[in-house]
Design a protein around this ligand. Structure first.
Ligand SMILES: NC(=O)c1ccc[n+]([C@@H]2O[C@H](COP(=O)([O-])OP(=O)(O)OC[C@H]3O[C@@H](n4cnc5c(N)ncnc54)[C@H](O)[C@@H]3O)[C@@H](O)[C@H]2O)c1
Length: 251
């Protein structure tokens, strides 16, 4: 179990919903100050308010990680507010259209998925890295997916962009390996969240049937791993994609 000595500031992008919301709540209970960010600004505020109501420390900002100018301005405010931003958990992601064969994929939809799942992850990293370099410390964790490692039929855009994210993390981890900053990703199989609820049943059944444990992952199971990966205790792993797949991942 990871606990955070105060002050330990963690920004969670995608904190309004699903995995980001669960990770924010758990890490707050473990003593971290949580900065909740989401393009759903009200949802981010609600997560922060829940943390505050239970005695934790939190603040909230609306953000669209694909918007280069406002993204960078928001991170400047987050860094100013915290003094030192120790970690970033980036849970912003979308599936785009699913249950489609590759020849049916709309290139415009592919572009939207790319901008959030890959370019957004780059922009978030770029916004915080100079600050983390100045402190010789940082933890960056991006949410990838088992789809990026194995490829899910019916999910060309999602699988491709999550594979790209995994490659980006491999490269960035090495770039900063001597600096005290680690950059990793986490690859869940199916965790029941609003993102999964919005997918066609056939697509969800296809993904769930592939899990050897024959069940979906729980939000707490994701939050526990996230909490440890961005803690000071996880100090000798970088450029790596952690598994959270009930046995589906074989490498
Ligand atoms: N739930 C799963 O089974 C599963 C499996 C594998 C990977 N993942 C990944 O985990 C991450 C979290 O997924 P989730 O299931 O919690 O999804 P979710 O839809 O419940 O939450 C995602 C959050 O990201 C926010 N977001 C989307 N685009 C954004 C943007 N441009 N800027 C800022 N915020 C934005 C949304 O508003 C939402 O609150 C995603 O990257 C997803 O691809 C989820």
């Amino acid at each position: 179990m990871s606990t955070f000595s105060t002050p330990y500031a963690i920004a969670v992008v995608g904190a309004a919903s699903g995995i980001g919301q669960a990770a924010a709540a758990l890490m707050a209970r473990r003593g971290a100050k949580i900065i909740c960010l989401d393009r759903n600004g009200q949802g981010a505020r609600a997560t922060a308010d829940e943390i505050l109501a239970t005695g934790g420390e939190a603040s909230a900002y609306p953000i669209d990680i694909t918007d280069r100018i406002s993204n960078s301005a928001v991170w400047d405010s987050v860094i100013r507010e915290t003094g030192q931003l120790h970690a970033v958990v980036n849970c912003a992601g979308i599936t785009g259209q699913t249950n489609l064969k590759a020849h049916q994929v709309d290139p415009d939809d592919f572009d939207v998925v790319y901008k959030i799942n890959m370019l957004g992850a780059l922009l978030v990293s770029q916004a915080v890295l100079p600050h983390m370099l100045s402190k010789n410390y940082g933890r960056i964790l991006h949410l990838a997916s088992i789809a990026g490692k194995e490829g899910n039929a019916g999910m060309t855009a999602y699988s491709a962009t999550k594979a790209g994210l995994i490659g980006m993390v491999k490269s960035m981890g090495k770039d900063y390996a001597e600096t005290g900053i680690t950059i990793n990703s986490l690859a869940p199989a199916v965790i029941r969240t609003p993102m999964v609820a919005a997918m066609p049943d056939a697509q969800v059944t296809y993904m769930t049937d592939k899990i050897p444990m024959k069940r979906c992952g729980e939000l707490d199971e994701a939050a526990e791993m996230i909490s440890w990966i961005v803690s000071p205790a996880c100090s000798f792993t970088t450029g790596f994609t952690f598994d959270l797949s009930g046995g589906r991942a074989t490498y």
